[in-house]
Ligand binder design. Structure first.
Ligand code: 4G4
Length: 251
């Protein structure tokens, strides 16, 4: 997978993308990360990438020409593969695991990083970018958001995370939160590992994990249950958990 990042701070990359599982994916050639300095595509003597907002107000807005020229260079570097172009922004559609999966099936991704008060609104339509948000908060630049998106996407590519089963079993693979995990020691500061996990009873363990994943999702993120893919067993377990919760409220 080829990933291009356009930024006024190329020195921020690879940053955290250079270590661990993603670092190895880069070294092994599974992903090819290219970082472009937006300032190199400025059109004036001063290499300006920002200017005052039309209509007045505080701060500066990122100019349209450098992004459009940079995107021409990015496309020309790999003219065959049509990239998915993303502009991380608080105004974007929320980035989810479903979006991560969709982007992971693209051969090429381009991320455009904004700074200052924002980006001239003509950039996205002119370069064919979709605005995406990693959550409802404001960052000083799109670079960290771009890294979050790259991290979530690249780990879904075949061969990046060692064991395919660990990606298939991810939180959100079924649209639910993960079940609780434990490792040694079996008891610590008075907190014990649930007995069923020590029982060696694989069917009981599988069912317990399914129930606990549903319990946590019901407690912490009931909104996820609306879109979760629940089989008959999951629906029965969930009905039981809801009944127990209603019972508990009455007592
Ligand atoms: C584009 C427009 C993404 C980019 C405005 C980027 C939060 C997110 C930026 C801005 C970002 C997010 C300067 C507000 C850069 N902040 N939630 N900042 N701002 O994904």
């Amino acid at each position: 997978m080829r990933i291009d990042v356009v930024t006024i701070f190329p020195e921020l990359f690879p940053g955290p993308l250079g270590v661990g599982v993603l670092g190895r994916a880069r070294e092994g050639g599974v992903i090819d990360l290219a970082v472009w300095d937006l300032r190199a595509y400025a059109t004036d003597r001063h290499r300006s990438v920002d200017d005052a907002p039309y209509g007045g107000g505080a701060g500066m807005v990122m100019k349209v020409e450098p992004f459009v020229r940079a995107m021409e260079a990015v496309r020309a570097a790999h003219p065959v593969t049509q990239p998915v172009v993303l502009l991380p922004s608080p105004q974007g559609a929320v980035f989810t695991q479903a979006r991560a999966r969709a982007y992971a099936s693209a051969g090429r991704l381009v991320l455009l990083c904004g700074r200052y008060e924002g980006v001239d609104d003509r950039v996205a339509p002119l370069v064919g970018a979709e605005e995406v948000s990693i959550g409802d908060y404001v960052l000083t630049g799109g670079e960290l958001a771009a890294m979050v998106i790259i991290e979530a996407v690249v780990r879904l590519r075949p061969g990046v995370v060692g064991d395919d089963a660990s990606v298939a079993g991810d939180s959100f693979a079924a649209g639910l939160l993960d079940f609780p995990q434990y490792t040694r020691p079996v008891e610590f500061h008075g907190l014990a590992v649930p007995d069923v996990l020590l029982s060696g009873h694989h069917e009981a363990i599988r069912r317990w994990r399914k129930r606990e994943a549903l319990r946590r999702t019901l407690d912490r993120r009931p909104d996820l249950l609306d879109d979760a893919a629940l089989d008959d067993e999951a629906r029965a377990l969930l009905a039981e958990l809801r009944r127990a919760a209603a019972e508990h409220r009455r007592a």
